[in-house]
Design a protein around this ligand. Structure first.
Ligand SMILES: NC(=O)C[C@H](N)C(=O)O
Length: 345
């Protein structure tokens, strides 16, 4: 058929493509073989395959994200949509990173995977892959999304909340973009009109970002010991956000040291839902104001980390960094616009 959509399937490994070995599950099923389990796709799209690498997603990080974005950039004009098959463990990081590396894409870029290998008799893999191909072939779909367990989740809003169930991913602090039920896509958010201008690809990340989770009693000098290894730190604080003050233990002076050295200090919360708001309590407000600290607000940790890597890959200027960090990309932050609008443009 003339109007069949063209989709590029990019396989990267993960459980969806795994088989049993003596040492446990490991990726084995080639990209082309994945497609044989979902022949129904032939009714609505044509698919080519690429397999840049085949890894358990535990082993996927910054350089793979840049490689995936580069591959999509190279093939962008030749396809109507892209589906990346990926392990679930770091899928939320990859989807967030790709949301920053590929912005303003009118074409859909879907990240999917499964909790069970595609060749098992009982598996979520076939539904997830077929749903993803369907979504990547839909004219209303755009940008980076995870399709998993019947949910379509903005690439910056996904979190793996369940390690075994088929509904492993949730959309955090934001509604699903769409759901897919029995092969029918029901959009909750239709915002194609927000895309104007050209798709933009970025090629640089700075991975020297540390995510430090506070535990009660943590000694602030831990920041001193990690100082030379990183250009920025995101501190995963308690509740809406604040720093402990245990008397002589110097979180405050460590933050001063990092900032005086031109490093970036940001605050996020270890609570999954509803986000940070450092100005509520004295333990947060005073230090936020003193240092002009940035905070993640309603962003997921995965988005916060990869956005910091992307922004720091573009600039070292604190004002430019702040503007990039608070600007909304692929629905990632709702509470940052206010902060961004207070900055000179
Ligand atoms: N369900 C999965 O895909 C888990 C696997 N360990 C991976 O992330 O590659």
């Amino acid at each position: 058929m003339e109007d069949m959509k063209k989709v590029l399937l990019i396989a990267t490994g993960g459980t969806i493509a795994s088989g049993y070995t003596e040492d446990g599950l490991a990726p084995q099923i080639a990209a082309g073989a994945l497609l044989r389990y979902v022949e129904e796709y032939r009714d609505f799209c044509r698919v080519d395959v690429q397999e840049p690498f085949s890894l358990d997603s535990t082993n996927i990080y910054g350089r793979h994200w840049v490689e995936l974005a580069g591959l999509i950039e190279k093939k962008y004009d030749a396809y109507d949509g892209f589906v990346i098959c990926h392990g679930t463990d770091t899928m939320a990081f990859t989807a967030a990173a790709l949301s920053y590396l590929i912005q303003n894409s009118r074409k859909p870029i879907v990240v999917t995977g499964a909790q069970k290998p595609i060749d098992l008799p009982v598996t979520d893999a076939r539904t997830n892959l077929l749903d993803s191909l369907r979504f990547a072939s839909d004219g209303r779909a755009h940008g980076v999304n995870i399709v998993f367990g019947g949910n379509v989740i903005a690439g910056t809003r996904a979190k793996k909340e369940r390690s075994k169930s088929y509904n492993a991913f949730s959309s955090i602090n934001y509604p699903n973009i769409a759901v897919i039920r029995d092969g029918r896509i029901i959009f909750y958010i239709e915002d194609e009109d927000r895309i104007n201008g050209q798709v933009t690809f970025y090629h640089t990340l700075n991975e020297r970002i540390l995510l430090l989770k506070l535990v009660p009693g943590m000694d602030g000098t831990v920041l001193n010991r990690l100082f030379s290894g990183y250009d920025g730190v995101i501190i995963e604080a308690f509740g809406v956000g604040g720093f402990p003050d245990y008397g002589e233990i110097p979180f405050y002076s460590e933050i001063r040291r990092w900032m005086d050295a031109g490093k970036f200090v940001m605050m996020a919360t270890q609570v999954t839902h509803e986000g940070s708001d450092m100005e509520v309590y004295q333990v947060g407000k005073v230090i936020k104001e003193e240092f002009g600290l940035m905070e993640a607000y309603d962003m997921t940790l995965e988005a916060t980390v990869t956005k910091a890597m992307w922004a720091l890959g573009q600039t070292k200027d604190p004002e430019v960094f702040r503007r990039l960090f608070y600007r909304t990309v692929n629905h990632d932050i709702l509470l940052g616009e206010e902060q961004a609008s207070e900055l000179p443009s």
